[in-house]
Design a protein around this ligand. Sequence first.
Ligand code: ADP
Ligand code: MG
Length: 340
Amino acid sequence: MPEVGGGSSAEPMIELRDVVKHYRTRGRGVVHAIDGVSLTVGHGEILGLVGESGCGKSTTARLLTALEQPTSGRITVAGRDVAGARGSGLRELRRTVQMVFQDPYASLDPRQRIGDAIGEVLRVHGLAGGKEDVRREVTRLLELVGLLPGIADRFPHQLSGGQRQRVGIARALAVRPQVLVLDEPVSALDVSVRAEIINLLARLRDELTLTYVFISHDLAMVRHLADRVAVMYLGQVVEEGPWEAVSDSATHPYTEALQAAVPVADPELERSRRTGSVRGEVPDAARPPAGCRFNPRCPLAEDVCREVAPELLPLGAAHRYACHVRQRERAGAPSGRGVS
Ligand code: ADP
Ligand code: MG
């Protein structure tokens, strides 16, 4: 985490306390999208939020950006209570924290020129007055994300995927936010373009002292950007800590499984590693397993794992994980099984 000037408080930029989000559905019953998540993100820090599809990452993103309200728990962003925000407070919050989506195409009007799409954001938030004002600011924003001013006259379909995602980022930056919540921002892009966008995000974080929550289903994707990583499984954080700590030490078996799923150059080898790493699929969040939610897929599972939910316990200063077996091993108690 970089040193952040300004001497602002030691208060985190983002704080989630025991956040729960349940969806009451007709066919499926109560979906436990988020079940007791507590997280903090410091000023200027990048938190990578990872986990397979269906683990509650996008729900977390919608809660952080006040697009939805939690069922219970507390969320603060830049010292503001997200759940309690209404009216002007909510508008200000929406300026403070902006979302970048996987597919910027979906949020762009195909008949609207890029310059107008960005200009619209400026006008809605009263951030630019006359036509000249808007044009100048649009040019500044395009340059900020590495695009030429001429892009302003183009339509979305005339842009490459990478250019469109740059426009998506420019639109988010138009309101001069402090926090970006990026939901799979490079997952839809060609591999060759991903690194460019990651590099752009890294530069923008430094230049503008932004705080990011960077969401990905792929642990490898957050490697080059995140200061800290939180691994989610079925609506809960199962491991959290500085990137090096989470990637280096054998802690939560789900994190290990995600690491084993990191794509390798050989597609044959990749397939074998994938299938060998995590068995089966994420269970339905409407019927989360008892005990540790990962137990039906876990190679280490024991009786206790099927009965008792493990706590997220600290390992060192900033690293926490929730696994009965690994916690006992660390504590030095005899282990009754072998690691396969
Ligand atoms: P992720 O982004 O990690 O793939 P999501 O946050 O999208 O996960 O979804 C978490 C769980 O919540 C899934 O089981 C999903 O089907 C469910 N879910 C998400 N949004 C809704 C909704 N509006 N209504 C009902 N269930 C939902
Ligand atoms: Mg998602």
